[in-house]
Design a protein around this ligand. Structure first.
Ligand code: NAP
Length: 254
């Protein structure tokens, strides 16, 4: 039956940035659908893990700074494999944003954002894909894009470049990993109320301008993204790969 294809019983998911915001919703959604979940944050996501364990699912928090993913990714994946036995789903959600005008944007802000938002998904996906290929049962990798994968925005050159890049990387990974039964897609959230967007929600003029452009007439919530995450993590999406799916209250249609 169709709803059975959305179930994740017996699957092991890795979710980065699962301690708060959108990543916490992804981790809970995957657990509600049946998966065990390894969370990866700078500050271990103990509250998320407790909520997953309360659902009766296995969960464990890993404290890793993904700005050093080039060296941290493989040891992290090895530890998760040792603890959980396998990896079926990777959600590259952790992300940061720095807001300064283009001409004043520092090399540090540029480098920090690219490291977490683009390089970390590259290195983590590389390590996870090798594990999935060795398991021989396919897998699912979900990257997190943005409206800035489609638009330039203002004040956020590093973020826009990282989110444009993640859309392209998603397509390349989809092409190369398809023969192994691994599907790679990206979710492009619209404007979602989290810590990441608190500064623009606190600016009355900017907040109103954004609201006026969203056909749904409201900011999104992390819970608005749970359905697409489970779909892309599950066999229900097995013929879908290389896509970047906007979940934006209609923003891009406007
Ligand atoms: P958030 O509330 O600011 O949470 C960011 C998460 O990423 C936290 O759990 C944080 O962990 C983790 N993180 C940040 N830097 C890290 C690092 N160096 N190593 C490991 N973990 C790190 O962000 P959000 O709004 O939920 O956004 C989640 C994702 O969705 C991001 O990729 C973001 O770009 C994307 N997105 C958000 C929106 C939106 O409107 N909010 C829209 C489009 C796309 P700690 O708590 O340990 O710092």
């Amino acid at each position: 039956m169709i709803l059975d294809t959305f179930k994740l019983d017996g699957k092991v998911a890795v979710v980065t940035g699962a301690g708060r915001g959108i990543g916490q919703a992804y981790a809970l959604a995957l657990a509600e659908a049946g998966a065990a979940v390894a969370t990866v944050d700078v500050t271990p996501a103990e509250a998320t893990v407790a909520r997953i364990q309360a659902l009766g699912r296995n969960a464990k928090a890993y404290a890793v700074d993904l700005s050093g993913a080039e060296t941290a990714a493989q040891p992290l994946i090895d530890r998760i494999l040792a603890n959980f036995g396998r990896i079926d789903i990777l959600v590259n959600n952790a992300g940061i944003i720095r807001r300064h005008p283009f001409t004043d944007h520092s090399a540090k802000d540029w480098g920090d954002v690219l490291a977490v938002n683009l390089s970390a998904p590259f290195f983590l996906s590389q390590a996870a894909a090798k594990a999935m290929i060795a398991q021989g049962q396919g897998g699912k990798i979900i990257n997190i894009a943005s409206m800035l994968s489609f638009q330039g925005g203002i004040l956020i050159p590093g973020y826009a470049a990282s989110k444009g890049g993640i859309k392209s990387l998603t397509m390349l990974m989809a092409n190369e990993l398809a023969p192994h039964g691994i599907q790679v897609n990206a979710i492009a959230p619209g404007y979602i109320a989290t810590d990441n967007t608190a500064p623009i929600r606190a600016d009355p003029a900017r907040n109103q301008a954004i609201l006026d452009r969203i056909p749904a007439g409201r900011w999104g919530t992390p819970d608005d993204l749970k359905g697409i995450c489970v779909f892309l993590a599950s066999p229900a999406s097995d013929y879908m790969t290389g896509a970047t799916v906007n979940v934006d209250g209609g923003w891009l249609s406007r």
